[in-house]
Design a protein around this ligand. Structure first.
Ligand code: ADE
Length: 232
């Protein structure tokens, strides 16, 4: 799967997306993350990428031209048109089921805004959908783009070494994941629950399911209500 990120700050991506699971998936070629510097496409003699808002007001607005040319550069002569997502606090909220849908795309273009926003006409011209990662405002779309890339990539076959871990984790079935334990058996006087030491697989599965349900009820009553509604 390929992600092309249109950004004014490509350096942010090289650090975070070069490490750990995503770094390895990039090295092995399962996923591609390209950060494209919008400024490289500015036709302004000072390489400006923003300007004052028409009608007045605070802050600067990102201009259409460099974004459009960066986008045209990415699509080049591709035989298909990749889906373009604009990261914005005005978008629909990203969640696990959106990630499941988006992992089916071969190629995504993620547009990161900054300042007070970007010229509305570029949104109309190239953007298919706006996505927010939560009801709060970040200084730019870069962190949001990385959240999406991380969350979608780990669902792409081959990115996680143990694919089963993707099936049993929090949010996959509408419930939070059960508690996990590893060695030592005793830590600061606390021991591992007996059932996990029993080797009885059916009992362990049963215990984990009950823990999942109980955790969801106490930690995320909103999810618990949804879960109960869809299972009644
Ligand atoms: N840009 C600024 N805030 C954002 C948010 N909450 N989600 C996505 N992009 C953003």
């Amino acid at each position: 799967m390929r992600f092309d990120v249109l950004t004014l700050f490509p350096g942010i991506f090289s650090a975070v997306m070069g490490e750990s699971i995503i770094g390895r998936a990039r090295e092995s070629g399962i996923i591609q993350v390209n950060a494209i510097n919008i400024r490289d496409f500015s036709k302004d003699k000072h390489k400006k990428t923003d300007d004052y808002p028409y009608g007045g007001g605070n802050g600067m607005v990102m201009t259409s031209q460099p974004i459009y040319d960066a986008y045209r550069h990415v699509i080049g002569d591709l035989p298909y048109r990749p889906r373009v997502i604009y990261l914005s606090p005005q978008g629909a909220c990203f969640n696990q089921s959106r990630a499941e849908e988006l992992k089916r795309e071969e190629h995504l273009i993620l547009l990161c805004g900054h300042y007070e926003g970007i010229d509305e006409r570029i949104i109309e011209e190239i953007v298919d959908e706006e996505i927010s990662i939560g009801d709060y405002v970040l200084t730019g779309g870069e962190l949001a783009a990385m959240v999406m890339i991380d969350c979608i990539s780990r669902l792409v076959p081959g990115v996680l070494s143990n694919e089963a871990s993707c099936v049993e984790e929090s949010h996959c079935n509408g419930l939070l994941e059960y508690p996990q334990y590893t060695r030592p058996y005793e830590f600061n006087g606390k021991t591992v629950p007996d059932v996990l030491m029993s080797g009885h697989h059916a009992n362990i599965e049963n215990w984990r399911r009950k823990q999942s349900i109980e955790r969801t009820r106490t930690k995320r009553p909103d999810l618990y209500r949804k879960f109960m509604d869809s299972n009644s």
